[in-house]
Design a protein around this ligand. Structure first.
Ligand SMILES: Cc1cc2nc3c(=O)[nH]c(=O)nc-3n(C[C@H](O)[C@H](O)[C@H](O)COP(=O)(O)OP(=O)(O)OC[C@H]3O[C@@H](n4cnc5c(N)ncnc54)[C@H](O)[C@@H]3O)c2cc1C
Length: 420
């Protein structure tokens, strides 16, 4: 049987970043990274809007995201293109939200500014949608916008390729088209009696049963996102997360093309990633195609559950998103849909951020809850500390964070007020 010091299951952004930081911290470790698909970053990482923001009220979210953003900027400044643009995040807000304590906190904490309703109207957005439609659809008048300036978009495949290339240089082994079917539990010290492990024996994960044969290691790390409970449940371990489907629709029109080149912050003529008030639909500009990717993270009304090959539902766009969009943004009236796709958030419904826990010789990095790209580098550094048994992880820029804060038993994550 093949044997490694550590096997990481999942070559999405969480697995890649975790493997990279563990390998950097332990250069002699023999690490193998497995994925069921033919190459890295084919899961939810590939489906992502890959927008990033440091605009968070929660200290934990702020630390995880701002340190990762600084790391990504540093990589790009050193010449590795991540397709990163600091075009900003624009939260469109009604009067109450604009004057909230959450906004005051953000303005003090991060590089950000308020823009007026006149400036917003000038961008091609209706600040007072039709009163009749507003009544029916719970639309809100826009009083102003909060602009996060250290925010923007990147390309998730380029970010993933950075970690992939670094891991190859460091000598990590990748095995693709290798699906883990089962984690094999065994006693730490074998007696070779039938029926082991017994309840009175210490247990470890001894090996993985995969589609390419069994693979053994001293340590394992699962970075399997929405598929984590498939592997943990048979062991009687709760993943504490649920899959939630999220759909993305790519829209084009002459009006949208013109909007995409409007600058609100930063040094490039690119529209900010924008969140509508009321139903918080988000608009992700794609500067290359001059289109918007439109998406909505649905709470009540969208069941938890996983499909192996999810597709976006055209009627979901026309009945739900388009009806709201055309009231706020006239450029969507005659917009054509060029493409659509769907993926899943691995939702931690307690506080909406990563969950890192270690069971026996098995570390688990899961629950990125729709913000895994913007927090992945910090998650990887936390995973390395968890793997090594260190109490604190040092994030990029030397901010420290207690590993247990992101765990289950002593979890200490403050609630986020600026939820999209
Ligand atoms: C539509 C959409 C929009 C998003 N927008 C944003 C955004 O704007 N900003 C942001 O920060 N985040 C966003 N996210 C979230 C972000 O994409 C995820 O948090 C992140 O990609 C999760 O990465 P991961 O590595 O944990 O999971 P994945 O990328 O899903 O990787 C998990 C990997 O595990 C592998 N795997 C699973 N089970 C097995 C098995 N049994 N055997 C072998 N391999 C296995 C899978 O093949 C997969 O490659 C979005 C997500 C979606 C779906």
């Amino acid at each position: 049987m093949e044997k490694y010091d550590l096997v990481v299951v999942g070559a999405g952004i969480s697995g890649l970043s975790s493997a990279y930081h563990i390998k950097l911290d332990n250069p002699d470790l023999r690490i193998c990274i497995l994925d069921k698909w033919g190459t890295y970053a084919q899961g939810n990482t590939a489906k992502s809007d890959a927008a990033f923001r440091d605009v968070f009220t929660s200290d934990t979210n702020y630390k995880l995201a701002s340190a990762s953003i600084s790391f990504y900027k540093d990589i790009q400044d050193k010449g590795f293109n991540l397709g990163m643009h600091s075009n900003g995040y624009l939260f469109l807000m009604d009067e109450e939200r604009l004057n909230s304590e959450a906004v005051k906190k953000i303005l003090k904490r991060v590089r950000s500014k308020i823009i007026t309703r006149e400036e917003i109207a000038d961008l091609g957005i209706q600040v007072e949608p039709d009163p009749e439609a507003s009544k029916i659809m719970n639309l809100r008048n826009i009083s102003g916008g909060l602009v996060g300036e250290n925010c923007g978009i990147l390309e998730p495949d380029l970010l993933a390729s950075y970690y992939f290339q670094q891991l190859n240089k460091l000598g990590a082994v990748f095995k693709f088209n290798t699906k883990v079917e089962k984690l094999n539990l065994a006693p730490r010290s074998r007696l070779n009696f039938p029926g082991e492990p017994f309840i009175w024996q210490d247990k470890v994960v001894e090996s993985l049963h995969t589609s390419a044969g069994d693979i053994s290691a001293d340590q394992f790390l699962l970075a399997t996102d929405v598929w984590t409970s498939d592997l943990l449940s048979p062991l009687g371990i709760d993943a504490f997360t649920q899959p939630k489907k999220v759909q993305v629709f790519q829209l084009q029109s002459d009006g949208i093309s013109k909007m995409i080149s409007r600058r609100v912050t930063g040094s490039e003529d690119i529209f900010p990633f924008t969140i509508l008030p009321g139903p918080a639909i988000d608009l992700r500009p794609d500067p290359k195609s001059k289109t918007f990717w439109v998406s909505y993270s649905e709470g009540v009304g969208r069941a938890f559950g996983l499909e192996e090959d999810p597709i976006a539902e055209a009627e979901y766009y026309s009945n739900n998103l388009h009806t709201v969009l055309r009231e706020y943004i006239p450029a969507f009236h005659d917009a054509r849909m060029l493409a659509s796709w769907a993926g899943f958030y691995s939702m931690n419904n307690m506080d909406g951020t990563y969950v890192l826990e270690k069971y026996m010789n098995l570390s688990v990095v899961n629950g990125s809850s729709g913000s895994g790209i913007m927090k992945a580098d910090s998650a990887g550094r936390l995973a390395s500390a968890l793997f090594s048994g260190r109490e604190k992880a040092k994030l990029y820029g030397n901010t420290e964070i207690d590993v247990a804060d992101l765990g289950i038993t002593n979890r200490n994550v403050d609630q986020e007020e600026l939820i999209i």
